[in-house]
Design a protein around this ligand. Structure first.
Ligand SMILES: Cc1ncc(COP(=O)(O)O)c(C=O)c1O
Length: 385
């Protein structure tokens, strides 16, 4: 089928205040999880239309915004959105912080899994809660959860909340319905609130099925905070919009009170306009983007197999973040990091940032034009030959 969108053109992001490109100009950046692709014309037109109005006063979500969001969620994930049960906030990490304060007390135990997205641990400790880590199991190139060890961690530490990364960053697992139900069941039995971060849920590889925690069953909704956002899917991180579902009215009121105590009241005008347009019009672009990313994954896999077989790709089921295993290089963790930075001149996310089990891994963001990825892989090859 003929392609409508162009993902090959390299757009220079330098000097735009880009966190990815402008913090350091000496390394090729494939680290932080945003994409180097511009949005398509139909979405930009909707944002421009809002810009042309010229007035950017205090803004709230509208019925048409919720309709667009419901359209997306019902088609993509199989649940409907009742807007009264949702809160729109600037970001997921912001929301995790509010959620923890809403459902736990100071020094309460909060569980996360590692290797895992590093702000999870910060958000727990910075809010004066006790961090409990359940390590994921890595065997034969695949990550799984030891549910008995998970339950033991919950029971032994009197855990009050779990921050669940689903799909999982950085290991790329898309948890199956059975795996999620097992987690949900343990949490229900011990009264643990599940704070489910589903920010990566629109990047699911062919043949893999995503199950939203929202669809597991009514018995698991009482203690659930579901964190969703268009920011990964449509590259809107700079526009600061996330949608959070809190089905339980008591927790929701508490969440809202803490949110207000933070002084946050009104949404980002352009963020809402962009998100509404993306949820309404964005599917064709996303579908082509995912095909392009498949090509990028295949490229990395092939390149490693032919040029650096000692570096293994952990086959991802979702996300645009690849988790590379450097154990076969025979290097130490420090040597690996030194080579990636000083010799390959790449900015990747070193695995040890992701906590337990992260040493001798690197996370590479492949949401960029193929040419940039080719350059990165060739730089890596030179450094590790
Ligand atoms: C799992 C996960 N949650 C949250 C975020 C960040 O979300 P936000 O920018 O909305 O705080 C990221 C970004 O990479 C992520 O990978």
């Amino acid at each position: 089928m003929e392609k409508k969108y162009d993902f090959d053109t390299v757009v220079d992001r330098h000097n735009t205040g880009s966190v990815k490109f402008d913090l350091r100009h000496d390394l090729l950046p494939l680290w932080v999880a945003d994409m180097d692709f511009p949005l398509p014309g139909e979405i930009l037109d909707a944002i421009k239309k809002r810009v042309d109005h010229g007035i950017f006063g205090y803004t709230m979500t509208t019925a048409s915004y919720w309709k667009a969001f419901d359209f997306w969620c019902s088609r993509e994930y199989g649940y409907h959105v009742r807007s009264a049960e949702w809160v729109t906030v600037p970001g997921i990490v912001y929301s995790l912080s509010i959620a923890i304060r809403a459902v736990t007390e100071p020094s309460d135990a909060v569980l996360i899994e590692q290797p895992g997205y590093y702000p999870f641990s910060n958000v727990v400790t910075n809010n004066g809660r006790t961090l409990i880590v359940a390590p994921l199991c890595y065997k034969n190139g695949r990550y799984t959860r030891d549910i008995a060890a998970f339950e033991k961690a919950v029971r032994d530490n009197n855990v009050k909340a779990l921050i669940l990364c689903s799909p999982h960053n950085p290991v790329g697992r898309v948890w199956t319905k059975d795996e999620l139900t097992a987690v949900a069941e343990v949490c229900r039995r011990y009264g643990v609130t599940v704070i489910a971060d589903e920010i990566h849920c629109d990047f699911i590889r062919p043949g893999i099925k995503f199950t939203s925690f929202a669809t597991l069953g009514d018995e698991y909704k009482q203690k659930l905070i579901l964190c969703t956002a268009p920011s990964k899917t449509f590259n809107l991180a700079g526009l600061q919009v996330s949608n959070i579902w809190i089905p339980d009215p008591v927790s929701r009121e508490k969440y809202k009170r803490i949110n207000q105590a933070n002084g946050y009241n009104n949404a980002n005008t352009l963020g809402l306009a962009a998100a509404e347009a993306c949820y309404t019009l964005g599917k064709p672009w996303l579908e082509e983007l995912k095909e392009y990313l498949e090509g990028n994954i295949a490229y990395v896999k092939n390149f490693l197999a032919h040029n650096m077989p000692c570096i293994k790709l952990v086959e991802p089921e979702g996300t645009y973040l690849l988790w590379l295993d450097f154990h076969g290089t025979g290097l130490s963790n420090a040597e690996m990091k030194e080579r990636v930075e000083s010799r390959a001149r790449l900015w990747l996310d070193h695995g040890d940032m992701f906590g337990q089990g992260g040493e001798l891994f690197e996370r590479i963001n492949i949401a960029c034009p193929r040419k940039r990825l080719e350059q990165a892989m060739n730089q890596l090859k030179e450094a590790f030959k």
